[in-house]
Design a protein around this ligand. Structure first.
Ligand code: 0L1
Ligand code: MG
Length: 262
């Protein structure tokens, strides 16, 4: 770690304030060039603690930047991990207020729910599938707190990987009922197709994103608890949305999930 606890707390409060007030900031590594990976996750942890202190609850975890399309879009080269809070969950078909966000984009994802604890190191796709209760379609709304989505990996980790809202829905399917590598997805905006893809776009298999997350948690002596919802990352590039837009994600064999922006 290169930052002291006062700086970590101050940066967590800055990003938390930006999220609450829907205002942007410059990436924090501009003023803190020595910030390291431990600092980045420490700021993320401090931000989560601020939310827990306000009575919010963690309801899931997320992997981000897990597809090459997303990595290329954002100019980075490795996945990142964050958390999902209860106040960011939107019901299937529900409405997300754009005025509460800065510059939202949506990502088509496959979500997993586990029935057994997963612990690394050495977690792999097979272990994830064996521990999975079901998979279902999910749309993540990302909203970087950094101006114009301009960041580096450390800054985006500190910013809880741009997590803003999420919705899961459609049909819950057993993980072994589908080959998630070849499962096709169609993302529609206002009834028009804006992106198509298949599960393999996420690290070859969406379960690989969870294996990476579990191995990352192991570095901190933590496990992924049974019953955890995990968003595995955008299968395609993220798509910008505005008030009035209606987004539907159709996932082969799993029905559809939708969200409206007002
Ligand atoms: O969930 C994601 O893939 C987003 C990770 C953060 C990068 C971004 O804001 O696009
Ligand atoms: Mg995502």
């Amino acid at each position: 770690m290169s930052l002291d606890t006062t700086t970590i707390e101050r940066l967590a409060q800055l990003l938390d304030g930006c999220q609450r007030d829907a205002r942007d900031t410059l990436k924090i590594t501009d003023d803190n060039p020595d910030m390291d990976w431990h600092d980045a996750y420490a700021i993320q942890d401090a931000g989560r603690q601020l939310k827990l202190d306000r009575g919010l609850k963690v309801v899931g975890l997320k992997a981000g930047l897990t597809s090459y399309a997303k990595m290329k879009q954002m100019g980075v080269d490795s996945p990142v991990f964050g958390y999902l809070m209860d106040d960011t969950a939107v019901a299937d078909g529900g409405t997300c207020k754009v005025s509460e966000l800065i510059h939202p984009k949506v990502e088509p994802e496959i979500a997993f729910v586990t029935h057994s604890e997963l612990r690394g190191p050495g977690c792999h796709v097979g272990a994830v599938l064996a521990a999975t209760d079901f998979v279902l379609p999910g749309i993540e709304v990302i909203d970087s707190r950094y101006r114009d989505f301009k960041f580096d990996l450390k800054s985006v980790i500190a910013d809880n990987t741009s997590a803003a809202r999420f919705v899961v829905g459609g049909a819950c399917v057993a993980a072994d009922a589908a080959d998630l590598r070849t499962t096709g997805i169609v993302l529609e905006k206002n009834g028009e197709i804006v992106a198509v893809g298949a599960g393999a776009a996420v690290l070859g298999h969406p379960a690989a994103a969870i294996a990476m997350l579990v191995n990352k948690l192991a570095e901190r002596g933590e496990a992924l608890p049974a019953g955890t919802l995990v968003m595995t990352g955008g299968i395609t590039e993220a798509v910008a949305v505005a008030a009035g837009d209606h987004i539907t994600l159709r996932v082969q064999g799993m029905g559809s999930v939708s969200i409206r922006f007002a």
